[in-house]
Design a protein around this ligand. Structure first.
Ligand SMILES: O=C1O[C@H]([C@@H](O)CO)C(O)=C1O
Length: 583
């Protein structure tokens, strides 16, 4: 029979076979596995001159950069040495196709990694670009567990722009109080808000003014002469072009980033090529990454300031400063000018304009489906639940279950007890559109809380419209960066005011929308996105402001759970109990 089959296909069979073997051999030769072994612990550090506990990875803050090539497998063996705290690490922007259990989202895709335990994350980085990693356990991210993932294009392929050097800058905001202190405040009645951060860090370095603290009792607590808090210097060779990968993992702040006297050409956003455009100020929200090209084409006899400033909230934080150092000037030589202070914090127009300017690059456009199967409108409001201050989506404030959704939905023994694990009522897909006035504080501030989820039919197309509104207090609406796990989405449009479901979709950009994983929702505005529910798993979609997610600003999607492969035991418990869990 076998020879029959051969005879029927004749000569074609060996030809296909040879081609297949060639493809197979190129794949297996090219794709590598990159191993990392991480010791995650607290250490006393002074990133902005003020001494406090910081989470480090192998002693580093920010953590080590993961570098890989498209198609590689990344294996990270994380040992939690935080002593009294759980952890979990999310690989932000990596879609985890086929490995939804490696998304690192505590309560959604895994149980937390308890102190002393080791957890192995293994996933494929399937698309070149600039990505991030960070803690996804409560508000732990603000303690410093963060870093970058840089995935290069496969050998032999080129990018649609050229540069001489590739450099990275991580932007974060920094608090002197702990995440635990913040969490307790947010969960108290009366509510204690986290307030504005004490400093902005550029590549882990800030400049808090020590004279602002009373240090009489502990003279060592703030010391401006520590080399650890001298400004980060990016050394450039005159005449050369730099690709700067700029990332933000702030816990609260929307930022402007600027290099004095230099224009930046935006070429990449969240791992997708952008139709190039030039900016003096780059606005960047928590969870976003950009690549910009900068040419060192100014007077080389001096250095320049690279600065970051808070926008969208009334700043209470000094300018973050780094030095754009022209070789061979000394990197610590301050520029002769005063650091730039950025655009007006409350002028949202240039920020909206940047959002609208970001389009997919010609030649790299992934056309979205022309229509969607489902539209979900998400009204973002600040509310009260039993007297506690929360954020709610369509009047439902999100809470995490103690059993991860992925395990609850997949494991047979839990499936018939699902009602004990999470609320089986799906959250609302809209709000009282006719009557709700987004411009004033709501008449009834009360909301409910739930851990219910949206279950999407596999392979359908989903539209999400994020709708912003006034907060509890009058005359205020904030910017919220929304991040989707497990997917990239098309950004179809932004608008001011209340989204009109009858007319606004006619204005969607279906020609060259950028694909992203994090998108801003501007004050009193709306943002429309579209994605394909084609990645089996359970995926969080949430505001990337730490405090806002902790206050309930998020939702969860499930799709294709029946197609998820067998779950690894390591997401299901602690220590050796994981071995007792067999399917
Ligand atoms: O969630 C928030 O709460 C405060 C404020 O609205 C109440 O203090 C604030 O600025 C937020 O972003």
């Amino acid at each position: 029979m076998a020879t029959d089959g051969c005879r029927r296909t004749g000569l074609k069979w060996p030809l296909y076979y040879v081609l297949f073997m060639i493809i197979l051999s190129t794949c297996t030769v090219e794709a590598k596995t990159r191993y990392y072994k991480w010791d995650v612990k607290y250490e006393f550090k002074s990133p902005d001159c003020y001494k406090k506990l910081v989470i480090t990875i192998n002693g580093m803050f920010p953590g080590p950069t993961i570098t890989a090539e498209e198609g590689d497998t990344v294996v990270v063996e994380v040992t939690n040495n935080l002593v009294t705290e759980n952890t979990a690490i999310h690989w932000h922007g990596i879609r985890q196709i086929g490995t939804p259990w490696a998304d690192g989202t505590e309560g959604v895709t895994q149980c937390p990694i308890i102190p002393g335990d080791t957890f192995v994350y293994k996933f494929v980085v399937d698309r070149a670009g600039t990505y991030l990693y960070h803690a996804h356990y409560g508000m732990q991210r603000e303690e410093g567990l963060n870093g970058m993932i840089i995935v290069s294009v496969p050998k032999g392929q080129s990018e649609p722009f050229t540069y001489d050097f590739d450099r990275s800058i991580m932007l974060t905001d920094w608090y002197h109080k702990s995440a635990l202190d913040h969490t307790v405040g947010l969960n108290s009645n009366p509510f204690v808000w986290v307030g504005e951060p004490q400093s902005l860090l550029i590549q882990g370095r800030g400049n808090f003014s020590c004279s602002a603290v009373s240090i009489a009792s502990e003279p060592d607590v703030c010391n401006a002469t520590r080399p650890e808090c001298s400004p980060f210097a990016l050394t450039v060779v005159p005449g050369k072009t730099y690709r700067l990968r700029i990332a933000s993992l702030t816990s609260l702040s929307a930022l402007n980033f600027e290099i004095e006297g230099h224009n930046m050409t935006v070429v990449e956003a969240d791992g997708h090529f952008v139709e190039p455009f030039v900016v003096k100020n780059l606005f960047i929200y928590s969870g976003e990454t950009y690549s910009v090209l900068v040419k060192a084409n100014q007077d080389p006899s001096r250095n320049y300031w690279a600065t970051t400033n808070v926008v969208s909230r009334k700043p209470g934080t000094p300018t973050g400063q780094a030095i754009f150092n022209y070789y061979p000037n000394r990197p610590e030589q301050n520029p002769p000018t005063t650091p730039t202070t950025g655009p007006m914090w409350n002028d949202s127009e240039p920020r909206r304009a940047q959002s609208l300017a970001i389009k997919a690059r010609e030649g790299f456009i992934q056309t979205p489906p022309a229509t969607s199967d489902k539209v979900i409108i998400l009204l973002n409001t600040q509310n009260k639940v039993n007297g506690y201050t929360k954020w709610a989506i369509n009047n439902v404030s999100f809470t995490l279950p103690t059993t991860p959704y992925l395990v609850a939905l997949k494991e047979n023994r839990l499936r018939n007890k699902l009602h004990h694990v999470f609320d089986q009522t799906p959250p609302p897909t809209g709000y009282d559109w006719l009557n709700y006035d987004i411009n004033v504080n709501q008449t009834n501030v009360n909301a409910t809380s739930s851990n219910g989820i949206y279950r999407n039919k596999f392979n359908t197309t989903i539209d999400i419209v994020l709708q912003n509104a006034n907060m509890i207090n009058p005359n205020n609406s904030e910017t919220h960066p929304w991040h989707l796990h497990g997917h990239d989405f098309w950004v179809l449009g932004y608008g001011n005011g209340k989204f009109d479901p009858f007319n606004d979709p006619k204005k969607y950009n279906l020609v060259n929308p950028i694909m992203k994983n994090t998108v801003p929702l501007h004050p009193y505005g709306w943002t429309a996105i579209r994605f394909r529910a084609d990645n089996p798993g359970v995926w969080l979609f949430h505001c990337h402001i730490d405090a806002h997610f902790a206050m309930g600003m998020g939702i969860v999607f499930e799709e294709g759970i029946e197609r998820v492969g067998q779950l690894p035991n390591n997401i299901m418990g602690c220590g050796l109990t994981k071995r007792l869990i067999t399917p």
